[in-house]
Design a protein around this ligand. Structure first.
Ligand code: ATP
Length: 707
């Protein structure tokens, strides 16, 4: 590909803005003009006088907030390129393709131009003509999708290269020119190979065609992505949120969007990506955050946690809740003035049966019951010659006799108390788990020491998911417009249900890798996971092109695949740099010193360094690093040029990446898990965190497949 980068040592090669025949100079002046236009757009918003347009205080507050958000969104960030690509169409596309929103389309004038600069946000000049087009607009799509085979009406695709905020290079593809051969992009390659520091960054300039298809998939359906380590699942999920917010801004502003990640460190690592794409309104949480109904202070055995996470528990809970509804034994007698109205028990029973059959939430049915009873009273009043109206029905519904009847036959249930009883009371559990859990399973689920109350109980993480299920049986959980679930392979069926009920009326993006499942309940298949999520029909896509891990390293890690996830496709690596890869066997007594030495070596390279070790090894290694005078961070703490070494417990490594990784004692990582398969999966995660180099240091023997 023809690449145009000036040689800074040659003065004649530097762009001359006054020379209209120098294409780089012209692109730079378009950049300068776009920057000026963005500043003007910002100044326009800042100059808005809200006093004239807002009649009252509430309006003015809301509007002021909107304006402030808009000003933030229009900031010109010095270190991010305002545009990174350009498209020349053969024919000018229609106005509707230029921008997504009506105002911007009108502002863009639309349809008249065939040249578009593609960037992170829309910028227009004083006349409303577009200077930079949002990467998410339909007109930008060929930047990601067009190829020589399918040029999508594109004559020229240009990619820009930046050095420290300066536009310094560009690269052209003449997609409709049959004489030009297809070639790979060196700017793209450079971007992929760039050393990592700090939190995760956006990939908006280099999204690949198969990724773009997932990013732009319609909001109506749920998409599930299976992808080997480093294939860009997290990146794709975050860009998909940004895309959906652009294409369906109003709908999602009302209903909300949520990104779910495995732990706090991971959420810290990814939290900058969406703001960099101009999206500030997306909530981020772990599954535990979603179901935090009570404080978690206990830990289950793996077996108990697995059983509590089993989907069968949903039926146990449903039965236990329903058991609170009792057959009315007494009539309901309402006294009004001098008259008494009696709804007999058999009629109350009919009402209850009817409500049960309607399959509505327990709480909604309970709320409806007083009105149903009142209605039965009203019918009798009419038969008795009275002419009661709606107000009378309301009054009867609030009558103490009606309230007492409701309390007796359909009592209020507190979700945590319901779960507490199930886990504490063997007879209650046996009654409702009959035919669902066998005796041993019931025993495993029961707490060793029954709890006295919700506050004092030693709740475990899996219990809170049960409470969440119970809460949803009583009152419908609020559903969001779109949910992204990352590292989805690790959830239990009950956790999938908890996530699923948060997007019953919306859609979801499910991202994960079956080979990286490290919980005892990790899912065996995406079909199963999707069924528990309530999205059974969703399409499963596979990403196999790896952007992170060097070829030799991914090949080494993939040797574990037959043991940990037979049938999965091994990832390829699109990194050209071979990467450093070493496996060092040392005398067990000298292991710690060898690890510290490997960290020192890694620190001679540019970028971030991760020392990954079994959780049990962390205290010893922390001490050794400190004694050696090496400062280190915890995962999720931001790496910087001064602090580049992170000490990573293997259980927190998932989803993270470091330029150079030192992996301490693989056998200890495997032994840190309750069974061998989980141990090898944990090791697979640890082996696949490196971008530029991996050094494995071991004193004990390696797992068989890695020997
Ligand atoms: N199209 C792309 N262009 C440039 N970099 C990319 C691209 N896609 C992914 N990357 C980079 O590759 C790395 C891995 O991406 P990401 O963390 O999203 O992968 P993942 O599939 O979620 O990995 P894991 O399974 O290990 O969690 C990140 O640094 C990401 O920015």
């Amino acid at each position: 590909m023809p690449s145009h980068a000036p040689d800074p040592t040659d003065p004649s090669d530097l762009a001359d803005p006054s020379d209209p025949s120098d294409p780089l100079a012209r692109e730079r002046s378009h950049l300068a003009a776009s920057r000026a236009a963005l500043r003007a757009m910002r100044a326009d918003v800042e100059a808005l006088d809200l006093r004239d347009v807002t009649a009252n205080w509430v309006n003015s507050e809301a509007l002021q907030h909107q304006v402030e958000e808009r000003i933030k969104a229009l900031a010109d960030l010095a270190d991010t390129a305002l545009f990174f690509g350009r498209l020349n169409y053969l024919h000018a596309p229609g106005a509707e393709a230029v921008e997504g929103t009506e105002e911007e389309r009108l502002a863009a004038g639309g349809g008249s131009s065939d040249t578009f600069y593609i960037g992170r946000r829309h910028v227009h000049d004083a006349d409303g003509d577009p200077m930079v087009i949002d990467w998410r607009a339909p007109v930008s799509q060929p930047f990601y999708q067009a190829s020589k085979k399918a040029p999508m009406d594109i004559a020229l695709r240009r990619r820009f290269g930046y050095t420290g905020g300066e536009l310094t290079a560009y690269e052209d593809e003449h997609l409709s020119d049959p004489a030009e051969a297809e070639h790979s992009s060196s700017l793209l390659q450079a971007e992929i190979e760039r050393p990592r520091v700090g939190p995760m960054r956006d990939i908006v300039a280099t999204i690949q065609p198969e990724q773009d298809e997932i990013v732009r998939a319609g909001i109506g359906g749920t998409v599930c992505v299976q992808g080997a380590p480093g294939t860009g699942k997290t990146a794709v999920g975050l860009h998909r949120v940004a895309y959906l917010l652009y294409a369906h801004r109003e709908r999602l502003a009302r209903s909300g969007t949520l990104v779910i990640g495995p732990n706090r460190s991971f959420l810290h690592y990814i939290e900058q990506v969406l703001p960099a794409l101009g999206e500030l309104q997306v909530a981020q949480a772990t599954v535990d955050d979603l179901v935090a109904h009570v404080e978690v202070r206990g830990t289950d055995t793996a077996e108990a946690a697995r059983l509590k996470g089993d989907a069968r528990m949903a039926e146990v809970l449903r039965r236990a809740l329903r058991s609170h509804v009792t057959t009315p034994a007494e009539p309901c007698v309402v006294v009004r003035g001098s008259r008494r109205w009696r709804v007999p028990a058999y009629e109350l029973e009919e009402i209850v049966e009817e409500l049960l059959a309607r399959n509505i939430r327990y709480g909604a049915a309970r709320d409806a019951l007083p009105q149903r009873i009142a209605h039965a009273v009203l019918v009798r009043m009419e038969q008795g010659g009275e002419a009661p109206d709606d107000r009378v029905q309301d009054a009867v519904a609030r009558n103490t006799a009606v309230k007492a009847t409701v309390k007796a036959i359909w009592p209020a249930v507190h979700p945590a108390k319901l779960v507490l009883r199930l886990l504490s009371d063997a007879d209650f559990l046996a009654e409702h788990a009959d035919g669902i859990l066998d005796a041993d399973e019931q025993k495993a689920v029961l707490w060793a020491k029954p709890a006295r109350g919700v506050k004092s109980a030693k709740w475990c993480a899996a219990d809170t998911v049960l409470i969440d299920e119970a809460a949803d049986l009583i009152e419908r959980t609020h559903s969001l417009g779109h949910v992204v679930l990352d590292e989805a392979q690790d959830l239990s069926p009950m956790q999938y249900r908890a996530v699923g009920r948060r997007c019953t009326t919306g859609s979801a993006t499910i991202l994960g890798d079956l080979a990286q499942g490290t919980t005892p309940w990790a899912t065996a298949s995406w079909q199963e996971a999707l069924t528990h999520l309530g999205k059974a029909g969703a399409a499963v896509e596979e990403l196999t092109q790896g952007f992170r891990v060097p070829r030799e390293v991914i090949a080494y890690a993939s040797r574990l695949l037959p043991d940990i996830a037979p049938g999965l496709t091994e990832a390829t690596s699109i990194r050209e740099a071979a990467g450093d890869f070493a496996v060092r066997q040392v005398d067990p007594a000298g292991l710690d010193d060898a690890v510290v030495a490997a960290c020192r070596e890694a620190l001679t390279h540019e970028g971030s360094i991760g020392l990954v070790a079994a959780d049990a090894r962390i205290p010893v290694l922390a001490e050794r690093l400190a004694a050696a005078g090496l400062t280190y961070l915890a995962p999720g703490e931001e790496t910087s040029a001064e602090a580049r070494l992170t000490l990573v417990p293997a259980t927190l490594a998932k989803g993270l990446e470091y330029d150079y990784v030192v992996l301490d004692e693989p056998a200890a990582v495997v032994d840190g898990e309750p069974d061998e398969r989980t141990g090898l999966r944990r090791l697979y995660v640890a082996l696949t965190r490196a971008v530029s180099g991996l050094t494995v240091v071991h004193g004990a023997g390696l797992p068989e497949r890695l020997r």
